[in-house]
Structure formats: structure tokens, C-alpha cells
Design a protein around this ligand. Structure first.
Ligand SMILES: Nc1nc2c(c(=O)[nH]1)N[C@H]1C(S)=C(S)[C@@H](COP(=O)(O)OP(=O)(O)OC[C@H]3O[C@@H](n4cnc5c(=O)[nH]c(N)nc54)[C@H](O)[C@@H]3O)O[C@H]1N2
Ligand SMILES: Nc1nc2c(c(=O)[nH]1)N[C@H]1C(S)=C(S)[C@@H](COP(=O)(O)OP(=O)(O)OC[C@H]3O[C@@H](n4cnc5c(=O)[nH]c(N)nc54)[C@H](O)[C@@H]3O)O[C@H]1N2
Ligand code: SF4
Ligand SMILES: [Mo]
Length: 703
């Protein structure tokens, strides 16, 4: 029988700035075919990444979870340690345990833990809904954006920027600290259009990424030195007369003291700190200075260090110095989350009837938290129960040896609601099967573009899967809690969250494939003022206003030395960058992505390889005080000596010793307001003896 190819509109839920408008081939009530990018959305413009195009591999994965499970064997083994149970038994067990733990240790010993496995506000907000209804421990959301947010807000004062569609009007596009070919392909669509009209592309990244390969100029700083590079560029702009003094006077806090400070930050100084030739810094500065319409697309990469906020802020000063903000195609973008004022996200997260007042625990420090670090727990009780949705902390969180140790605790009761038997699910006492975005409704804001979109279920839930929202409503009901949307469907919650705003109804938004919330030119370019009370861009950062750890950061743009610097014992610096066909740890289970990525590899400069006796495909031991990891070697000349890159948050089991990359990463909270420092790690390298079995590990798929 020929399958009909009905196409349904939906929205990609993954944690990616592109938040693509999708067209899903619906084969029948239970199956999808390929997924395409919607041509209707002017940012998606018909283009999506390969991993989501073949989403059928994920939603119809043979190992997809379909029934509630209870663990009867050891933690960490996987599906063989579990046996199926009914939803009734699962819910009763959870309610009994949560109630007895609350009675013994108080509500703040129960920690709902989540992140952005789905970006939809209603489903993603469910763990918060449970927390606020029951007064459970709060979660400080630091694993991704907190450092970068602070760095951007320090200067601009508002979490929005120039519409990425304006890139097509730019003369110069600078992709700084991001790898959009991997992480948000739609930026490259805009860049390609601009380049057809003669625009130049500059990429600033410690290694020659797939994006850098396409660039006219690739600046390759040592990780964590972007502040110095930005200052070196500003020095040239000032010395060679590329600054717009009228703009500075009218729109910024620039003054003689800042000028004097930057006049000391010469390209020679910046070259010393960054490892980039002074001449290349000058060439880039002149190109930037000559281009009125320069568009700065800032990624997270430069922020994932102890000095990351300071780096972000220093870089964000560039368009203020030249006045690029005034021109079409000029200015900068980091993220647009502030655009969607008509959506009441508090309703989606159950905050509208009051919030939990319990202690707040830092999600990036889940390892120290679960192992009882007094810096996190103070005088409070240990965490006795975890309720996890949309997140895989066993793979993605720093100091993973401690994360594992914590999850192994016998006195910890863990519930994981998942689509797959992830490493985190394998540590749970109860695993519950979750719907995918193709099986539930939700509303999505975007950080890389300006559309608000409503997605509806395309197919029926797989087996006994329930959505986050349904599960949490049922739990709150059984636990005797209250929330404002009791008895409502997810779609009704979306309607309610849009109710008081100027936006179209949820139904209309769905039918129209979203609504464009872009601001007018004047506002988008901050010509009516920046986000601070004085309406100016701030070269002088008020870090203490942005977080309790702010005092350690320099007020003016600079190279902040708060890094885990390489030293004699640890001569290398490690960057754990995103892989193209994984999304954090998601898609590490799909055959298409696994085939493309092959196996974890360390990219190391050929001269370093020579010195250490590392051959291509030999094994290197990478270590520091936190742990050791063994991976295969890929000699690569697209990075500085002393830098190592390992792409992808692979499952621990894919590494030679079953210990993954995050064992090396510190859980230290970055200034000013916490945040994980994924690209700020000192390590040593050593050639490792390789056995025949190890040589074959991972190469099965390559052959
Ligand atoms: N395919 C794919 N797409 C993804 C993801 C994924 O894992 N895979 N993850 C998603 C998520 S959650 C996020 S937050 C975004 C992140 O996407 P991006 O904004 O692109 O940020 P990062 O993942 O931090 O890393 C991007 C680049 O920053 C570089 N970098 C590291 N340190 C420095 C530095 O000190 N200075 C500079 N200039 N660059 C540095 C890295 O080498 C890397 O190439 O992508 C999302 N999209
Ligand atoms: N070494 C290193 N580590 C990193 C990073 C890095 O660059 N390097 N990046 C960090 C960043 S930026 C981030 S944002 C974090 C992200 O880390 P996570 O938030 O853990 O992201 P994923 O690994 O994609 O895992 C999301 C999980 O949510 C599940 N999920 C998806 N949709 C739903 C749903 O509707 N309901 C339920 N119940 N589950 C769902 C998926 O199956 C998946 O297992 O990782 C961080 N970890
Ligand atoms: S590019 Fe990002 S938003 Fe678009 S389909 Fe891929 S993962 Fe989803
Ligand atoms: Mo992220």
C-alpha cells in the first residue's frame, strides 16, 4: 500500500537557537517519515539540520522507552536491570517515597531537576510546576546560558539584539565563539546570502571548525583569551580613527578613563595573550573598522570559562565603539529571549500561584550537591530524591566522577522521565516513558530568531508514554498540591499564557506557523536606548549587580586571568566543543549520527603529537586532578599547540575506559552568577599503550 505523505507543521523542540519551523511527513497515526524545514518561516527558510531531518530514527528507535520501569538490578547497567510495571504502581511508589522523604527530611530534600531536552515552555516548565506546587528545592539554571547572559547584559542591558535576517545586508559577519555549521545551521543560510553580495566572514574560534573553514579570516585564540583579543582590536580602532565619537557620546558611557585603559592594550600585548599574530589582529581590526555594517554573531564558546562573562562583555563592546549598531546589517546578536513579552511563562512553569521558597541548588554542581559538599548544602539536609525531566546529567554535567558517585548513593531515590534509557535513566529507581514533541503540544520562543510558535502533536503517544505536563499534573494531584491549571490540557495552558497579551490565539499561531515578534529597526538597534536605566551601552560593567560572585571580574574590558591556566604538570588546555550530529547527549543513540561521528577523538597539534609520540588513531590518556579519559588521537593542524579539542558529549560508555569527557571538567561556579566552565580545563596528555580490542573500539562503524 502506498503511504500518503500528509505534511504537518511542528516546531523543533531541541536546545538549539534555530528553533526551526518543521514540516513532518505523517505516514499514519503512529509513524512519521522525513522531516523538512518549513519554507513558510523566513528564518528556517526550508533548511534544517540532518539529525532532525532523520528524526524517524529517534522517535521510532527500537530502544525507545514505552512502559514505566522499576529497577530490580544494579544501578548503571541499563535496561536489563529493570522490569516493566504499571503506571499505577509507578505513581504510587513515587508518591509514597516522596511523602515519606518529605516527612523525614523536609520538602527541600526533594530536588526536581531539568533542562532543555525540550524547549517548549509547558513541557519544559513541568519540573518547575511540581517544585512550586510542593515547595521542593529550587534549581539554579546554570548549565548553559548564565555566564554568557551576564556578559551580554553587562554591556547591552537587554537580552535581545539585531535580527539575524539582517545579516543579508551586512558587509562583514563575525562569528565569535560559536560554530553555527554544527550548532545552528540557519545562521549560515543568512551568511551565504550576504557573501553572494560580497560580504566577508570572520570566525573567532580556538580551532578550525567547520564554520572557520568557510571564513575569509579565521582568528584562532587560545581558549579563554577573547577579552584580550577584543581589547587589542579596540586599541587599533581607537588609534587609527575608526571610532564613532558622536555615537559614543550619545549612546554609551565611554569616557577618557576607558580610552586611556584601552590605549594600553596594544596588538602586541593581545598577541602575547592570545597566541594570534599581532599583524592579523591589526588586519581584522581595520576590516572591522572600515565596515559600517558589521554583524557580530556571538556564540557561547567564549563564555564557558571562569572569565567567560568578562570575555563576552569585552567582545560586545566592538559595535558600540564603531557605532555599527546604527546601520542595517550592523550590530550584534547573542540571543533574543526578551522579545516575547506577550507570553506569560510564569503560567507555563506554575509560578503564577507563588513559588517554592526552599533552598536553591546549582544544577551544574549536581556532583558536589549529591556527594554532600557543604558549599552547596550548608546546614541543609542532603538531597534524598531526584525527579528528572529533559536532562541527562550523568553525561552532560561537570565533574562526572562525583555525579556518578552521587547517583550511586543507596539512600537516594531517583525518578527519571525519559524517551531513552540514558545513562541517567539507568541510575533511576523508577523510569517513566516520555512523549516526544511529535506526540504533545507546546509553545516555543527562539533565541536565534524572532518567532513565537505553537506546535501540536502529529502522532499518537508511543505505547504508554505520557507528556511531562500530564505526568506532573497527576503527581501534584496525588501529592495533594495545588496549581493554577488543574484539569487543563497543555494546549489550554498555552492559551491561558497568551491570554493577557497582544498576541494571536494559540490556534491562530499554530495555523499561521508562528508569529514574528521582531521589533522595529529603531528598537532592535537600540537607537531608542540600551537596556540599562541610563539607556546607555556600558563599557564599565557592574558585575555585582549581575551576581554575587561579581567582585572578581574586571570592570573594564580586559584579559581577566581567572582561568584554569596551563602549568608545568598540565601543559594543555581542553575544549569540549559540540559535535555536528549530536545535540549535547541527544542523538548519541541514533544510528545515523553515530555513523557520522564515528568515535570520540582528541584533536591535537601534529607537533605536540610528535613530541608525545602520538600516532594517528593511537590512544592518548588525558588527565588532571579530577580524572582521566582515554580516547583515540587525531593529529590536526587547525589549532594552537597546547590546545586539545574533543567534540561531542558522547556517552561515557563510548570512551575506551567507560569514562567520558566531563570527568575532566570542573564544577566550579563561574563569576558573576554561576555557570559551568566546559571549555576551561587544564590537562596533561600521555601516549597510552593500546591493546588490539581497544584499537577496534569505535572503528567497527568506520569500516
Ligand atoms: N549539532 C549540535 N548543535 C547544538 C549543540 C550540540 O551539542 N550539537 N548544542 C546546543 C546547545 S545546548 C547550545 S548552548 C548551543 C551552543 O552553541 P555555540 O554557541 O556554538 O557554543 P559552544 O558549544 O560553547 O561552542 C562553540 C564554539 O566555541 C568555541 N570556543 C571554545 N572556547 C572558546 C573561547 O575561549 N573563545 C572562542 N572564541 N571560542 C571558543 C568552540 O571551539 C566551539 O567551536 O548549540 C546548540 N546546538
Ligand atoms: N563537555 C561538555 N558538556 C556539556 C556541554 C559542552 O559543550 N561540553 N554543553 C552543555 C550545555 S550548553 C547544555 S545546554 C547541557 C545540556 O544537557 P541536557 O539538558 O542533558 O541535554 P541532552 O543531552 O540533549 O539531554 C536531554 C534529554 O532530554 C530528553 N527529552 C527530550 N525531550 C523530552 C521531553 O519532552 N520529556 C522528557 N521527560 N525528556 C525529554 C532527551 O531524550 C535527552 O535524554 O549540556 C552541557 N554539557
Ligand atoms: S537546526 Fe536546531 S532547531 Fe533546527 S532542526 Fe536542527 S536541532 Fe532543531
Ligand atoms: Mo546549551
Amino acid at each position: 500500500m502506498k503511504q500518503s505523505l500528509e505534511r504537518r507543521y511542528a516546531v523543533c523542540p531541541h536546545d538549539c537557537p534555530s528553533t526551526c519551523a518543521l514540516e513532518v511527513e505523517k505516514l499514519d497515526d503512529h509513524h512519521i517519515g522525513r522531516i523538512h524545514g518549513s519554507k513558510h518561516n523566513s528564518y528556517t527558510a526550508g533548511v534544517i539540520c540532518a539529525k532532525v531531518a532523520r528524526y524517524a530514527e529517534r522517535v521510532h528507535h527500537p530502544d525507545r522507552l514505552g512502559r514505566p520501569l522499576k529497577r530490580v538490578g544494579e544501578k548503571g547497567i541499563g535496561i536489563s536491570a529493570f522490569e516493566p510495571i504499571s503506571w499505577e504502581e509507578a505513581l504510587t511508589t513515587i508518591v509514597d517515597r516522596f511523602q515519606s522523604i518529605q516527612a523525614e527530611s523536609g520538602p527541600e530534600s526533594i530536588w526536581p531537576y531539568f533542562y532543555a531536552g525540550t524547549m517548549g515552555w509547558v513541557q519544559r516548565g513541568s519540573a518547575n510546576r511540581l517544585r512550586h506546587a510542593m515547595g521542593y528545592a529550587r534549581q539554579k539554571e546554570t548549565i548553559c546560558v548564565s555566564i554568557a547572559n551576564a556578559g551580554w547584559l553587562a554591556g547591552v542591558g537587554a537580552k535581545r539584539g539585531v535580527d539575524a535576517r539582517e545579516i543579508t545586508d551586512s558587509e562583514l559577519i563575525v562569528v565569535w565563539g560559536g560554530n553555527p555549521v554544527h550548532t545552528q545551521i540557519n545562521v549560515m543560510t543568512q551568511v551565504a546570502k550576504a557573501r553572494k553580495k560580497g560580504a566577508k566572514l570572520v570566525v573567532v574560534d580556538p580551532y578550525r571548525t567547520a564554520t572557520a573553514q568557510q571564513a575569509d579570516i579565521h582568528l584562532m585564540p587560545k581558549p579563554g583569551t577573547d577579552g584580550a583579543l577584543a581589547c587589542g582590536v579596540m586599541n587599533v580602532l581607537l588609534k587609527e580613527g575608526f571610532v564613532d565619537q558622536d555615537y559614543l557620546d550619545k549612546y554609551t558611557d565611554f569616557d577618557a578613563e576607558i580610552r586611556t585603559h584601552l590605549m594600553q592594550k596594544t596588538p602586541a600585548w593581545a598577541a602575547e595573550v592570545t597566541g594570534i599574530d599581532a599583524e592579523q589582529i591589526v588586519t581584522f581590526a581595520r576590516l572591522y573598522g572600515r565596515s559600517q555594517r558589521s554583524y557580530l554573531r556571538m556564540g557561547y564558546g567564549m563564555s564557558r570559562s571562569r572569565n567567560g562573562a568578562s570575555n563576552m562583555h569585552a567582545v560586545s563592546c566592538l559595535p558600540a565603539l564603531t557605532g555599527a549598531w546604527q546601520y542595517p546589517g550592523g550590530g550584534a546578536l547573542f540571543g533574543h529571549s526578551e522579545l516575547y513579552k506577550g507570553l506569560d511563562t510564569r503560567i507555563c512553569q506554575g509560578q503564577d500561584q507563588g513559588e517554592s521558597a526552599a533552598r536553591e541548588l546549582d544544577m551544574s554542581r549536581i556532583g558536589p550537591v549529591l556527594t554532600g559538599d557543604p558549599r552547596d548544602l550548608g546546614d541543609g539536609p542532603p538531597v534524598k530524591a531526584l525527579f528528572i525531566q529533559n536532562c541527562n546529567p550523568m553525561a552532560v554535567a561537570p565533574e562526572s566522577a562525583k555525579v556518578r558517585q552521587g547517583f550511586m548513593r543507596d539512600d537516594l531515590f531517583t525518578v527519571v522521565h525519559e524517551q531513552q534509557m540514558t545513562e541517567t535513566a539507568a541510575m533511576a529507581d523508577i523510569v517513566l516513558p516520555a512523549t516526544t514533541f511529535l506526540e504533545h503540544d507546546d509553545i516555543y520562543t527562539a533565541s536565534g530568531h524572532t518567532h513565537l510558535q505553537v506546535s501540536k502533536a502529529v502522532i499518537k503517544p508511543y505505547k504508554e508514554c505520557r507528556s511531562n505536563y500530564e505526568l506532573v499534573c497527576e503527581l501534584i494531584h496525588r501529592l495533594g498540591g495545588r496549581h493554577s491549571t488543574t484539569g487543563k490540557s497543555a494546549f489550554e495552558v498555552i492559551e491561558q499564557a497568551l491570554d493577557h497579551g497582544p498576541l494571536p490565539t494559540a490556534e491562530k499561531m499554530h495555523q499561521d506557523q508562528g508569529v514574528d515578534c521582531a521589533l522595529c529597526f529603531e528598537k532592535a538597534h537600540f537607537l531608542d536606548g540600551f537596556g540599562h536605566p541610563d539607556e546607555r551601552f556600558h563599557f564599565r560593567a557592574d558585575w555585582l549587580a549581575l551576581g554575587p560572585l561579581g567582585a572578581v571580574l574586571p570592570q573594564l574590558p580586559d584579559h581577566c586571568t581567572l582561568l584554569e591556566q596551563a602549568d608545568q604538570q598540565h601543559p594543555f588546555r581542553l575544549v569540549t566543543a559540540p559535535a555536528r550530529t549530536f545535540l549535547n547527549s541527544s542523538f548519541t543513540e541514533t544510528p545515523g549520527s553515530r555513523k557520522k561521528e564515528q568515535r570520540p577523538r582528541a584533536m591535537i597539534h601534529p607537533d605536540d603529537c610528535l613530541e608525545l609520540g602520538l600516532e594517528p588513531d593511537s590512544i592518548v590518556l588525558i588527565g588532571n586532578s579530577r580524572g582521566q579519559v582515554r580516547v583515540h588521537v587525531r593529529p590536526f593542524d587547525g589549532l594552537q599547540r597546547g590546545v586539545v579539542i574533543v567534540e561531542g558529549v558522547w556517552p561515557n560508555a563510548d570512551f575506551i575506559d567507560g569514562v567520558g569527557i566531563n570527568v575532566l571538567v570542573s564544577a566550579e561556579a563561574a563569576a558573576p552568577n554561576g555557570g559551568a566552565v566546559f571549555h576551561d580545563t587544564k590537562v596533561w596528555l600521555e601516549a597510552s599503550h593500546q591493546t588490539e580490542g581497544e584499537a577496534q573500539k569505535g572503528s567497527r562503524e568506520e569500516s
